[in-house]
Design a protein around this ligand. Structure first.
Ligand code: BGC
Length: 710
């Protein structure tokens, strides 16, 4: 622990200096060739002197910049208080791993933990001490552009993966270099914006918030996450950062969260846009009173808190409490002892993209891939003489993904390179065919694609959505494969039916037609740095795909929001005139090159009470021809209770490796707390009665048994 006496430090700070600790400013304003004070800095309403005392920094570009900025800051800040450098690490720092939606499909929280550890190590030498991850917004509407940042639609899976990320980034002690603080976001209901439009208002009942949306945030709070970011959206009439029930009530009082609440980018200013604050001053008051400790890029605090204190609207004690929280956070990060937290240009060169990190990323890419269809086309024979590699993603580093922090696209292994790495001898014939953008309807590349397809033993057709179709303000009203890609698929498959489609992208797409024409579809999402290597290892059967969908794929966009854990209507057959109610591919679905046979499910008892448990033993055999992994998924249904319960809810899962021919018994334990739900009075209770327990997924349950809570 540092020798700095934080109380003494606080006592000698001026009010302005204190308030500046609660501000977060983008890195570009600090770097050497920083924007002139007459430029954007002036527009932010900041003076040169204020710049010197700002508490935290967002999105620094390099370790060299971080060291330089911290050095200058320590010189110029009259109190020499180190800044915290924070940034978004969505799927890797420099070594990029698959997007979170893909990681959800791995059903492997240990792997997600390892990915986060690796990112934390790289980020720490790379100059960061905190990150705005994990994002655990519950995904139910693929139109939204940010679905790729979350681990999917299931509250339980999302919570487990969120916890793995928190533990991975933070380690045991955030003062140690190699560990960085995590921030769970976006609290709450950001994913439920009306009509899938980014930033849009969400109307969610308390029941649905507690039952569906809150559990993953709560899981991260329970795992000790250091920061929470309220969401941009209006939730039930009040924007989250000013939403007292949400932040002060649920987060602080009910869950006992005592860490830092940081606003999203400019969200405090946006209170004026939402029409809940007349001006920036009122916005400052609302956010501050609601427990927002740091505001990101709004500067309402530095512009107005002093005035609000002088007017007696905010107490000095409350200000001191917030500032102390930030100072304590800096101390906890060890910054008073080592303001660089292990940042080192030299070490970063050794660590970034090292073989150990590449291996983790590659494994994650393999484990996250989902085999959606396979009419005995895959795996491809490694002795093939020629391969036609076709499509806009066949030789593209866009597969690196959408939001890759310090990652560089040109460091990503493309599919073409991955195949070449695995099969140095094979004749690769490449044709792009077409582009992957909505308005690009140019088909002049089709002819060459057809000729190429005809000339090869097999075709690998790489299609998808470009990475910049995912992310903020990237909502869509259609979920089609953009541009002429479906037409390209028709032409290529027609020319050579021995075609495997490999898909890339950050959201579920409508794949009904592609599924009807393609003999095989392997979904890789955005797999990151080692993407191309992972693709070839899967296509050519070095490994069997083992991912299971973390999110439902609608048949038609009009089915959105769609999810597996719905409650029945009074008329369970309810459907659309032009479509049934089911997705094209369900949550939990994913094929393998193996055949896993579920032999039996045995319950140790058919009754349970508050003090007992039921052991569920599921016997599974790998009847396939290679070793491989299967995720055994356990679902619950509460048959009759005071609130209508979902037809299925994932309550546990285990991903298990099976050798060829191997039989294993996979065991689960059911306890009474797993049977609890939020009742009509918003109490978390279990109710006596009958339950169903099933193993399998969605409409493919292998066994279902009943038991009673007595
Ligand atoms: C996003 C957050 C992100 C922040 C900082 C915002 O626009 O909504 O998810 O953490 O920017 O980059």
């Amino acid at each position: 622990m540092s020798k700095v006496n934080l109380r003494e430090l606080l006592n000698k700070m001026t009010t302005k200096q204190k308030i500046a600790q609660l501000e977060q400013l983008a890195a570009r304003y600090f770097t050497k060739n920083k924007t002139d004070i007459t430029g954007p800095l002036r527009d932010l309403g900041l003076t040169e002197d204020e710049l010197k005392i700002i508490g935290t920094n967002l999105g620094i570009g390099s370790v060299e910049d971080m060291i330089d900025v911290q050095n200058r800051h320590l010189d110029e800040d009259p109190n020499h208080i180190p800044m915290i450098f924070m940034s978004d690490i969505i799927h890797g720092f420099r070594t990029i791993y698959p997007i979170p939606l893909a990681l959800g499909c791995s059903f492997d929280d240990q792997l997600v933990y390892e990915c986060s550890r690796m990112a934390a190590r790289e980020a720490s030498v790379g100059g960061l001490q905190a990150t705005f991850t994990p994002m655990v917004d519950c995904i139910r509407d693929a139109r939204w552009g940010r679905v790729m940042e979350s681990c999917g639609e299931d509250p339980y899976l999302n919570g487990i993966m969120g916890q793995a990320q928190v533990k991975g980034f933070q380690g045991d002690d955030i003062s140690n270099p190699g560990n960085i603080a995590a921030c769970v976001k976006h609290f709450a209901g950001y994913s439920a914006g009306e009509a899938g439009r980014d930033y849009n208002m969400a109307e969610l009942s308390e029941h649905s918030l507690r039952q569906v949306h809150f559990p993953a945030y709560k899981a991260c709070v329970d795992a000790g996450v250091k920061m929470v970011m309220p969401s941009f959206n209006v939730l039930n009439g009040v924007p989250s950062v000013a939403n007292k029930w949400l932040v002060n009530g649920v987060l602080r009082n009910e869950w006992g969260f005592d860490g830092i609440v940081i606003s999203d980018w400019d969200a405090v200013y946006e209170l004026t846009q939402h029409g809940v604050a007349a001006d920036l001053k009122e916005a400052a008051l609302l956010a501050f009173e609601n427990g927002c400790n740091i505001e990101m890029m709004s500067f309402s605090y530095i512009s107005h808190l002093e005035e609000l204190i002088n007017e007696g609207k905010i107490s000095v004690d409350r200000l001191d409490e917030y500032v102390m929280k930030v100072l304590e956070f800096k101390e906890e990060l060890g910054l008073f002892d080592d303001p660089y937290h292990g940042a080192s240009s030299e070490d970063s060169k050794k660590l970034f993209l090292c073989s150990e990190h590449r291996e983790i990323s590659r494994r994650a890419a393999r484990e996250s891939a989902v085999l959606l269809k396979n009419d005995n086309i895959l795996p491809l024979d490694r002795k093939l003489k020629s391969i036609a590699l076709i499509g806009p993603f066949a030789n593209s580093d866009d597969i690196n993904g959408a939001w890759s922090c310090a990652g560089r696209r040109n460091e990503c292994v493309t599919v073409k390179e991955g195949i070449r790495n695995l099969l140095p001898e094979v004749d690769i014939k490449y044709a792009k065919g077409c582009e992957s953008y909505l308005n690009d309807r140019n088909i002049s590349g089709f002819e060459q694609a057809i000729v190429t397809a005809k000339s090869a033993d097999a075709v690998i057709l790489c299609l998808g959505e470009p990475s910049d179709y995912s992310g903020e303000e990237r909502s869509r009203t259609e979920l089609t494969l953009p541009g002429m890609q479906l037409e390209l698929a028709r032409a290529v498959i027609d020319a050579n039916p021995n075609t495997a489609v490999v898909l890339f992208g950050g959201r579920p797409l409508e794949l009904v037609e592609l599924d009807s024409i393609a003999p095989a579809i392997l979904h890789m999402w955005f797999p990151g740095t080692e993407g191309g290597n992972a693709v070839s290892e899967l296509l050519f059967g070095v490994y069997s795909p083992c991912g299971k969908l973390s999110v439902s794929f609608p048949k038609k966009v009009g089915q959105c929001p769609i999810y597996y854990n719905y409650t029945n209507t009074g008329r369970p057959k309810s459907r659309y005139i032009d479509c049934d109610k089911f997705p094209q591919y369900f949550f939990g679905y994913g094929l393998s090159y193996n055949k896993f046979t579920y032999n039996s499910m045995i319950l140790s008892s058919h009754t349970i009470d508050k003090n007992s448990s039921i052991k569920v033993s599921v016997e599974v055999t790998n009847e396939g021809c290679m070793s491989g992994k299967e995720t055994v998924q356990l679902y619950l249904r509460d048959l009759v209770s005071s609130a209508s319960r979902p037809v299925q809810e994932l309550i546990s899962f285990k991903k298990v490796n099976f050798e060829k021919g191997e039989t294993k018994t996979v065991e689960f334990e059911i306890t009474e707390p797993m049977l609890r739900f939020w009742n009509a009075d918003n109490e978390f209770v279990s109710e006596r009665g009958e339950f169903e327990i099933s193993v399998g997924y969605a409409d493919h349950m292998k066994f279902t048994e009943k038991f009673s809570l007595i």
